[in-house]
Design a protein around this ligand. Structure first.
Ligand code: FES
Length: 155
């Protein structure tokens, strides 16, 4: 049995074999494997006796359940109005230039994926970015550069 199949079995055991477990199970897979493969979705559908369309639908509705392979670090820059007005475009540009990727892409070394996000709840301290689970508020291009350099050094 593949490691994904085993993981799904564990998650089903943990959360229960019913429809309400779908979200926690999908989240559990993303947590472990960093994305949701087609195989994983088919497998979950089988385990929970749901249609694959149902599982796909849920996964694509919740955009944070990534369905394509992502980098080790996920950067999400807020694109909503307050952050937009405080210069999020410059931050995006800075990060794009540093990582040589465009929004939605993953760096060649698979260390970073750059995404945008809707309001992260830090509007009073925008522009903000989230790297994995860490929030970085009050950004300017210089600050974003040093934060990213730290991550690049660490990997
Ligand atoms: S608008 Fe960016 S955090 Fe709210």
């Amino acid at each position: 049995m593949s490691s994904t199949a085993l993981l799904i079995k564990d998650l089903v055991e943990k959360h229960g074999k019913n429809r309400n477990s779908l979200m926690p199970i999908l989240q559990g897979i993303v947590q472990e494997e960093r994305y949701l493969s087609e195989d994983a979705m088919i497998n979950v559908a089988k385990e929970l006796d749901l249609s694959t369309a149902d599982v796909y639908g849920t996964a694509s509705f919740y955009t944070f359940l990534d369905t394509v392979p992502r980098g080790k670090n996920i950067i999400r820059i807020c694109k909503t109005i307050s952050c937009h007005m405080k210069g999020k475009d410059e931050i995006i540009e800075t990060v794009e230039n540093m990582l040589k990727v465009k929004v939605g892409e993953t760096s060649h070394d698979r260390n970073f994926t750059l995404l945008t996000a809707n309001c992260l709840g830090w509007c009073h301290q925008g522009p903000v970015m989230l790297i994995n689970d860490d929030i970085y508020p009050d950004l300017n291009p210089g600050k974003a550069t040093s934060i990213l350099e730290e991550y690049m050094k660490a990997h």
